[in-house]
Design a protein around this ligand. Structure first.
Ligand SMILES: Cc1ncc(C[n+]2csc(CCOP(=O)(O)OP(=O)(O)O)c2C)c(N)n1
Length: 668
């Protein structure tokens, strides 16, 4: 670091409210990430570490915010917030190990740089997609509010990230629910190469606060004292009066988007202007000029930090590179869960499919006091299908939560609840709308346990399926969007008794479960269902009919179509397997049946290309080829969107084609 003339202090500081120790501490806390980065640059040039997102010039924000929060308060940093990690006092060796992909880091070499969380330090790192982080902060804040902790959750975003829908959704939810989230925008002038003029059109990003009915502030992000003092005061007031606050920190990105990507597109005058406002050098000069610190003291601090860096680097350099162990890799995709069997009672009563689901939701609310339900119109209105009807009166509006139309941030909120040890259920109004919440499901919930050993205890209920004359956006069966994502469990019952037992298990399982409930079955399918609470194990198919000529494999509405066709054709020699659970999949039951019958037909309501039926057909061919007496048949819907008019929908759906294909296979 070059030394600057002590008269050159272009930041206005007022240290009168702080003792010498605090001021020196703030200085050395800023110096540490700066010195680590300077060391990293050398290592990068030597090819010893991978690319890097520099926070040089932005240290006052990370340090000031962390210093203003209590250690038990969660913070969700972004890629330029090294100062957050160092100020929370994460041992440097663990950070270095994380960056080198070594086992003593936070992700066992599975994720890079700042992409990790740690409950030990109450830090929840980002996923690359930036925006979901903000909704996760909502969930953590919601949990702390429900637990009456009186604490603040701070989350970071760059100004580029504020253009994502997740930013809007997360701020809106926090506002509507009065969540104590401190939204910190680090406005550093560029999002990769995009200047602020091409990113947004309001004067200041803090102006957006008004749009959410949210208090907002602008803070000089290069002035450590201003950051520390203002954030301390804001946080204290948020603890007393829980509410979200938006803060825009004005700062500048002094290096490229990532190391090695350069800054050619940044005008030199801007660089010079901000170089003069360097947060570390200015503060150093201020402290020197006011005799709050001496040159000797500064050398002492620097020497100590350098020694720490070198020692910790040495430790990590001598650690072996991470070794690949297949069993561990596969095991860590899901959180450990030992299925708890609760036997059904012998007394039963007749329930419709929809009533069985409602019974499970209600009984699970009773059983899990930490379970929170979220969804559009699920409170007073009881949900569009009335599954949560009556629950508001029973459990209150803290646990039965109407949400704004924000699928993405609500899924992220559910993730945040899980980080705080709570359980969440999200009701998608229609499974079609999950596309608006797709990103956090497949990128956050699905990957988080594998990445840093944090489970996502979330059930997403998915009212799905056709035969309801509801057209392309209220009729899809989109399980195949999820069955291919490691980390998710996918359940798809066809009968009321299974619906109840499987949903109960979904609430017990600490992993993310997508629970598909077919709308056409809601009020048309009835069954004697055991009374009271019981569970049904995932990954076990159910053999509905038994025979030796052919195996029919299906799930959801397909099970009922298959039964109708078997009755109509008077076929009583078929094995009919209702999968019930797609992920995990009961491969054994499928193979056992196909080995017996030698013929397999897979029926799905989905269109065939890339469908789960295709996966099953491939699995059968690969594993049971020698037992097969005929090709494995797949029957599904047409390769078109699902149409509205009855005639068109009937042609689209596979029931009639299934009848023909089944006959063809039986005669093969
Ligand atoms: C959804 C998504 N789109 C694009 C990117 C690629 N990307 C990563 S960081 C970044 C710029 C982010 O800018 P900003 O939010 O201002 O943060 P800064 O890097 O300036 O700190 C971009 C475009 C991404 N990671 N995720």
């Amino acid at each position: 670091m070059s030394s600057v003339d002590t008269s050159q202090i272009s930041i206005l500081y007022n240290s009168s409210n702080h003792d010498t120790e605090t001021l020196q501490d703030l200085y050395s806390a800023m110096l540490k990430p700066r010195m680590i980065e300077e060391k990293m640059l050398i290592l990068l040039r030597q090819g010893k570490i991978s690319k890097w997102f520099s926070g040089i010039g932005q240290e006052a924000i990370s340090v000031g915010v962390i210093k203003a929060l209590y250690k038990h308060e969660y913070i969700l940093p972004m890629h330029r917030n090294l100062g957050v990690f160092t100020t929370r006092e994460i041992p440097l060796k663990r950070l270095f190990a994380q960056w080198q992909g070594k086992a003593s880091g936070f992700t066992k070499g599975r994720d890079r740089s700042f992409h990790f969380g740690t409950q030990e330090f109450n830090i929840v790192g980002m996923i690359s997609h930036l925006g979901p982080q903000l909704g996760v902060a909502d969930g953590i804040a919601l949990a702390s509010k429900l637990k009456k902790e009186g604490s603040v959750t701070a989350v970071f975003t760059g100004e580029g990230g504020t253009s994502e829908g997740d930013f809007h959704e997360a701020l809106n939810i926090a506002s509507v629910w009065d969540l104590p989230v401190l939204f910190c925008i680090e406005n550093n002038g560029y999002g990769l190469s995009t200047p602020t003029t091409e990113q947004y059109r309001c004067k200041d990003l803090a102006d957006r606060g008004a749009g959410y009915g949210m208090e907002a502030h602008i803070i000089d992000g290069n002035n450590i004292l201003e950051v520390y003092e203002k954030i301390s005061a804001i946080a204290e007031s948020m603890r007393k009066e829980p509410r979200p606050v938006l803060v825009e920190f004005k700062t500048f990105r002094m290096r490229g988007h990532e190391e090695a990507s350069g800054t050619k597109y940044v005008p030199q005058e801007l660089m010079d202007e901000w170089q003069a406002k360097d947060p570390v050098l200015n503060f150093e000069n201020y402290l020197l000029e006011n005799n709050i610190i001496s040159l000797d003291h500064i050398s002492g601090i620097k020497e100590k930090i350098l020694q720490e860096i070198n020692e910790h680097l040495e430790i990590v350099n001598s650690e072996p590179i991470v070794s690949a162990d297949l069993e561990t890799e596969l095991k860590d995709v899901y959180a450990d869960y030992e299925y708890e069997e609760v036997q059904p009672a012998s007394t039963t009563s007749e329930l419709r499919f929809i009533d069985a689901i409602a019974a499970s939701v209600s009984e699970s609310m009773e059983r899990h006091p930490n379970l929170v339900l979220m969804g559009q119109d699920i409170a007073d209105y009881g949900g569009v299908f009335k599954i949560t009807d009556g629950l508001l009166t029973k459990y209150g509006k803290e646990r039965i939560r109407n949400t704004p139309i924000c699928e993405s941030a609500i899924v992220s909120t559910a993730m945040g609840l899980s980080i705080k040890g709570m359980k969440a259920m999200v009701e998608m109004q229609f499974s079609d709308f999950v596309s608006s919440g797709f990103n956090p499901i497949v990128n956050y919930l699905a990957k988080v346990n594998y990445r840093w050993n944090q489970n996502a205890d979330v059930v997403i209920r998915m009212p799905c399926g056709g035969s309801v004359g509801a057209g392309p956006f209220h009729s899809q069966t989109n399980e195949a969007w999820f069955t291919k994502i490691p980390g998710l469990k996918v359940i798809y019952p066809a009968f009321p008794a299974d619906a109840k037992g499987l949903l109960n298990t979904a609430f017990n399982d600490p992993n993310p479960v997508l629970y598909f409930e077919h709308k056409a079955l809601y009020r048309s399918i009835r069954q004697e269902v055991p009374e009271g609470y019981y569970t049904t194990e995932f990954g076990k198919a159910s053999l509905i009919r038994e025979g030796s000529d052919v195996t029919i494999i299906t799930y959801g509405a397909g099970v009922h179509w298959a039964m109708e066709i078997l009755d109509e054709l008077e076929v009583d020699s078929a094995d009919l397997l209702d999968l019930r659970s797609l992920q995990p999949l009961d491969k054994e039951a499928i193979c056992e049946s196909v080995t017996k019958t030698g013929k397999a037909i897979v029926l799905t309501e989905d269109s065939l290309t890339g469908s789960f039926a295709s996966e099953i057909a491939a699995m059968i061919t690969e594993n049971c080829f020698e037992s097969l007496d005929a090709p494995v048949y797949r029957v599904g819907s047409l390769e078109t969107p699902i149409p509205f008019a009855k005639e068109l929908e009937n042609q689209y759906l596979p029931k009639d084609r299934f009848k023909l294909k089944l006959q063809e296979l039986l005669n093969y």
